[in-house]
Write a protein that binds this ligand. Sequence first.
Ligand code: BES
Ligand code: MG
Ligand code: ZN
Length: 490
Amino acid sequence: MEFILSRVNIVKLKADVLVIGIFKGQRYSGAVKSINDSLGNALKNISEEERFEGDLGKSLMLSRTLGKIGSKRVLMVGLGEKTEFSTNTLRKIGTLVTNKVKGLSSIIAFSSELFRGPGHISALTEGLLLGSYEFNKYKTNNSEGNEIEKVIFASKQVKAFTLKEETDFARLISESTNLARDLVNEPPVYLTPRKLAEVASQIAKDGGLNCEIFDYAEIERRGMNGLMAVSSGSEEPPRFIHLTYEPPRKSRRSIAIVGKGITFDSGGLCLKPPDSMRTMKMDMGGSAVVLGVMKAIAVLQPSVRVHGLIAASENMTGAKAYKPDDVIRAYNGKTIEVINTDAEGRIVLSDALCYAVELKVDEIVDLATLTGACMVGLGSYTAGVMGNNQTLIDKIRKASDSVGEKTWQLPMDDELRVEIKSNVADIKNAGSRMGGAITAAMFLENFVGDVPWAHIDIAGPAFLEKGSDWSPKGATGFGVRTIIQYITGK
Ligand code: BES
Ligand code: MG
Ligand code: ZN
């Protein structure tokens, strides 16, 4: 996709599809008015006929312009209420446009009312690039044809360097998100813990990051017993991955981003039923976010040291599999009674969180497809945020709001803590079903010491079987943009 500026009059501008934006109940003015006038009031007429009123998510295509304007078609997109307009609106518009022009056009143009402020071109571009994502590596016939080749921003005001800056940024963010999507969409036979480690070291190499990968022997030597236990039922060896970004000028602030990397979750001996086991290739969604973020951070060069940590393993049922009733001594010496082998994410994360604490970071943020309970509570489109530090939680929530990824805080209710009290060990790895997302977070809390920590349960939004208006089918890359925004934003 190529992005260019054009100062040609909007009426004369030649594109396959000219996109114009209409706020709810808005009267035509400026570019929209001149196009409508040139078309002999056609936009107004079909809007009335089709009851198109500018609602966000609604659009209307005028598919013939009969030579009255330069462009072949006009796509009117609803921008919704003017008072609710933000860059998130534009990101949605970008995605909607890719869906509407699929197969029709290689050249599209955006009319200037769609990009009037800083970040607008970037948001539209991000919407286009994220919206045109497809995972078709395994389809023999994968040419859907006619992709958008050229995107014209029709404006007399925008400067060339602004266009470049904003579209370059959008490209990087989208590539990082799409990388996370690819990793999650890959089948588990391909994306094993070893493969994940290979990808991580390639990202490190490309971005000039430091990379340490612990193999089975090193994991054992270090006493990462949680990761050992969970991987014991699999023929695939586990990996612990540690990428580090060092800022160009020494900085005292440091942060660890920790990802759950279960490349397939069968449930272990507490085997999942078939319907729940399907899609469990997504259980490394947190680790995919870590890699997407590290890729972007290497380019964006924020002035903070960033550690990307991943505990990668399969959760299988082999003869040596860990069992309910087992007791595991975690990295920090605490003992864990295994109640349910399907609550494996929190066990591998315990090692990774302890390791982050040893790095003496100022903050830890973990991302994990951790609990079905979180999806029951919040639905498939919203991630749950928990933690031990309200300031950090607020910052994460603010970052997610600003990039249009939906999050909601769940309470760490002290009365629920009894759920993970064990009779034989310090804690147990599962309580009752009630409040399952929260008790999972309370389990993790045992391994972060007093380091400010936020936990993002992405079980719902990491993977959407059917997709949605704004998200592709399958992996979404949810979390990549929030964390990049959190690390690089003000
Ligand atoms: N990977 C699952 C959580 C999950 C479920 C993610 C659905 C995405 C979609 C996790 O390992 C798991 O199985 N959790 C159990 C915990 C329970 C046994 C305490 C769950 O949520 O049922
Ligand atoms: Mg599980
Ligand atoms: Zn899992």
